[in-house]
Design a protein around this ligand. Structure first.
Ligand code: NAD
Ligand code: 8YP
Length: 533
């Protein structure tokens, strides 16, 4: 039996014991994961410095804080996320318990990427643990020092339930032959397709957190200085090796020079005149990627930077001007510190340019006009859209993080991660009495039964609204009691109401000669008070 097979087998056996069903167990594991990042902070920082030349503070800021926040959130919200979720019912099921019960899937394979190797490997694990799954974690071999630190995880987590398998492509391929209950992959789209293919063999569901070219449109009606500060930060952070980094700029030719000047100023301000010697400017992960990125510059005209040093995997912050859509740099995700500018004739052409390409992971627009922003939102599609900033949506746990089309499938962060790695089981618990109600669905299917079926099945019962109406009626009754001159209250439906409340109320006599003195917010419910004659 291979190491990979053994790891999956162990994880499955541990899962089948049911040990992860109690929430206390999951919370303990989540807290242990937090202990791992706290106690191993120095090892993690050191590894990331070696892998990507990340400074200790940058590691904390862009890898650890987010992960810590996700752990804290899962610990505090787990009871709520894992609880049964009642749903609206129809009349046929009015007396039944109808709810969604999240349940663990089983064994989840988490395949991480190298660019934020802690965040993109351990954040999915937070969702897997919270949802009660066992997991096999496969860190990227490309960030080899960080992968080594990940091998320490079983000293913190339950070593049977959570397995770490290190290795490269052969090891990942061997893992992919095994049967999992979910595969959560982060990396490029080409390998994403291989993962999906392997998963299809076992009908295993997948989450694919992929990448692609994230466009950035700068409207001429905007504060270009501010826009360029935010874009410079988003582009050159981690030396451009960020899945949601702005890949290229679209703007009108009339503002191109100003954009270049402002970016130039920001590069100097953020990274000094000598980014190569500056502690907070990163390095390309390896020489293969160094050569790939440098080759992308060929054929385009360099406005800023353009130089590199292979021995150090250093590439200067670079801007390319008047880039043609057919140029080399526009044929693949750059994933490095090269920022091409493509000129377009306004918003309409920018939208067309974006829509002619794969749906991006992120789409950025800088504009002072809410009309322009709204048009970009309504006429394009992407995993996320940010107006007037870059990257920060990654920090909001209440936003689903993920791509669409070529940039990925599925989503995570916060409750989305929990749901993504849970099975949302539909439950309906009926009692064995009230058999008479069921007659309408049993043969023979008469016209009379069909008429009743329309009522019983098509009318939605919104219990929350019924409760709200009862409260309003109670308050009104209280008011009628206190305010002299009124003799009573009743609830009256609006004539155009369409739901069951209206249907129900229409069979009741409404107060005659009444005066409406209060209308509840919800359609179909208005409280009527009658005046003394
Ligand atoms: N959407 C996101 O959250 C996110 C985050 C980070 C990176 N990314 C994307 O990831 C890409 C960069 O990462 P990468 O793909 O270079 O990372 P990578 O080379 O580390 O590959 C990712 C994982 O796939 C495995 N792998 C590689 N080749 C394989 C093969 N032939 N068969 C099976 N497994 C294989 C690796 O072992 C690794 O664990 C970029 O496109 C980036 O945009 C996306
Ligand atoms: C404060 C902004 C944090 C941004 C972190 C970006 C992580 C991206 C992961 C994909 O590469």
């Amino acid at each position: 039996m291979s190491r990979e097979q053994l790891a999956v087998q162990k994880a499955r056996e541990a899962f089948l014991t049911g040990i992860s069903k109690p929430l206390e167990y999951r919370i303990k594991q989540l807290k242990n994961l937090k202990r791992f990042i706290t106690e191993r902070a120095t090892d993690i920082s050191e590894a990331l410095r070696k892998d990507l030349y990340k400074s200790e503070n940058a590691t904390q800021m862009f890898e650890i804080i987010g992960l810590e926040g996700e752990i804290n959130l899962a610990v505090s919200k787990l009871a709520e996320w894992a609880a049964p979720r009642p749903v609206n019912k129809n009349l046929l099921t009015i007396s039944d318990d109808v709810y969604i019960q999240p349940e663990p899937l089983g064994v989840v394979l988490v395949i991480g990427a190298w660019n934020y190797p802690i965040a993109v490997t351990l954040q999915p694990l937070v969702g897997a643990i919270a949802a009660g799954n066992a997991a096999v974690v496969k860190p990227s071999e490309v960030s080899s020092h960080t992968a080594k630190v990940m091998e320490l995880l079983p000293h913190y987590l339950d070593p049977e339930m959570y397995q770490v398998v290190t290795g490269g492509v052969p090891e990942t391929q061997e893992l992919l032959k095994q049967r999992f209950d979910h595969i959560f992959y982060t990396g490029n789209s080409t390998v994403g397709k291989l993962v999906m293919e392997a998963a299809a063999h076992h009908l295993t569901p997948v989450t694919l957190e992929l990448g692609g070219k994230s466009p950035c449109y700068i409207d001429k009606n905007c504060d270009i200085r501010i826009a360029c500060r935010r874009i410079t930060w988003g582009k050159y952070m981690n030396c451009g090796q960020t899945c949601i980094a702005p890949d290229y700029i679209l703007c009108e030719s009339s503002i191109q020079d100003q954009v270049i000047n402002e970016i130039q100023k920001c590069i100097q301000e953020f990274y000094t005149n000598d980014p190569k010697s500056f502690a907070d400017y990163g390095r390309i992960i390896n020489q293969r990627h160094f050569k790939r990125i440098m080759a992308l510059i060929e054929g385009s005209s360099v406005a800023i930077g353009g130089d590199g040093d292979e021995s150090e995997c250093y590439i200067a912050p670079t801007v390319l001007r008047d880039v043609k859509s057919g140029s080399k740099v526009m044929q693949e995700e750059i994933f490095g510190p090269i920022l091409p500018i493509i000129t377009v004739n306004g918003l309409k052409e920018a939208i067309q340019f974006i829509n002619e390409r794969e749906k991006p992971l992120a789409l950025y627009i800088f504009s002072s006009s809410s009309k322009v922003i709204k048009q970009m939102i309504s006429e394009t599609s992407s995993g996320a859209l940010l107006a007037n900033d870059c990257l920060v949506h990654f920090t909001i746990s209440d936003l689903p993080f993920g791509g669409v089309g070529n940039s990925g499938t599925g989503r995570y962060h916060g409750k989305y991660g929990f749901d993504q790695l849970s099975h949302l089981r539909s439950c309906l618990i009926k009692k064995l009495n009230m058999e008479g109600v069921n007659r309408i669905r049993y043969p023979p299917h008469t016209t009379e039964k069909l008429r009743w079926a329309r009522v019983f099945l098509l009318k939605q019962v919104n219990l929350a609204r019924w409760r709200q109406m009862a409260q309003v009626a109670l308050l009104a009754a209280l008011a009628a009691f206190v305010v002299k001159g009124y003799k009573g209250t009743c609830i009256r439906p609006e004539p155009d109401g369409t739901d069951i409340t209206d249907w129900f109320m229409q069979s009741h006599d409404v107060c005659s000669q009444s005066q409406v003195i209060h209308t509840s917010v919800q359609k179909g419910a208005c409280v009527v008070m009658q005046r003394y004659k």
